[in-house]
Design a protein around this ligand. Structure first.
Ligand code: ADP
Ligand code: MG
Ligand code: MG
Length: 252
């Protein structure tokens, strides 16, 4: 059965009468890596916010099933506990809180929501060292305040480490439309590849065809005006690199 099933999703901004997602369908099976591409303003970030349970959005029709359960009925922390991980375009800086401390709090919050006990410090240290080693995160980075003064690549590394620790079954990565340097792109690609497993699925939202040279998705979707208008294999990303989105934009 599908890990994530989105059917006929319609979403508007709660405060305005503006429909942003207009009948979006998406099915993600276990272990698949999907890329969602599309022009600026097509609703890609809105989709990731709705999956995260951000409250400025109102679902007016359709459904989102995660492991067969209604995701929209779950609070953001319940989503994390159930195995959904969302990484966002704009990492939050938290001065005064060491990255290590932040990671421990995130992991314990997830355990608490699952009805599991807190990890002891030695147990946590063992897990974080293990994952940090796998993803080339330095001890120095773990001691620094969360994202403060991190380079673009380090911010991405920090996000991927959070993802590795929480061991999600569904990872949604919404990549920024601009300003991601080659180093940061490489970190994202290496992290996604390192964490790819037979039962973990990834949805990578990106503007960059180049990122997909390193990640190699199973399925590529083009989003336009609030819905998925074309789905194909990895060759679709190459096609887009050549032709752009012009052929996919619906007439208004
Ligand atoms: P993308 O990530 O594909 O660039 P977005 O999801 O960010 O697209 O935006 C889709 C559309 O929704 C855009 O027209 C954007 O201006 C609008 N939009 C998104 N969030 C809001 C908001 N909070 N208030 C008003 N308009 C919004
Ligand atoms: Mg945008
Ligand atoms: Mg966006």
């Amino acid at each position: 059965t599908a890990l994530l099933e989105i059917k006929n999703l319609h979403v508007k901004i709660a405060e305005e009468d503006k429909e942003i997602l207009r009948g979006l369908d998406l099915t993600v099976n276990p272990g698949e890596v999907h890329a969602i591409m599309g022009p600026n303003g097509s609703g890609k970030s809105t989709l990731s916010y709705v999956l995260a349970g951000k409250d400025d959005y109102e679902i007016t029709d359709g459904e989102i099933l995660f492991k067969g359960q209604d995701l929209t009925e779950m609070e953001p922390d319940e989503r994390a506990a159930a195995g959904v991980f969302l990484a966002f375009q704009y990492p939050v800086e938290i001065p005064g809180v060491a990255f290590m401390t932040f990671l421990k709090a995130a992991l314990n919050a997830q355990r608490k929501a699952r009805g599991e006990g807190e990890l002891s410090t030695p147990d946590f240290m063992r897990i974080v060292r293990d994952k940090a080693g796998l993803l080339n995160v330095s001890q120095d980075m773990l001691r620094r305040p969360v994202n403060v003064g991190f380079s673009g690549g380090e911010k991405k590394r920090s996000e991927i480490l959070q993802m590795a620790l929480l061991e999600p079954t569904l990872c949604v990565l919404d990549e920024t439309d601009s300003g991601l340097d080659i180093d940061a792109l490489r970190v994202v690609a290496e992290g996604v590849n390192a964490l790819r497993t037979a039962d973990r699925s990834m949805v990578v939202i990106t503007h960059y065809q180049r990122l997909l040279n390193h990640i190699v998705p199973d399925i590529v979707h083009v989003m336009s005006a609030g819905r998925i208008v074309k789905t194909g294999g990895k060759e679709l990303a190459m096609e887009l690199e050549e032709s752009g989105y012009a052929g996919f934009t619906e007439a208004a």
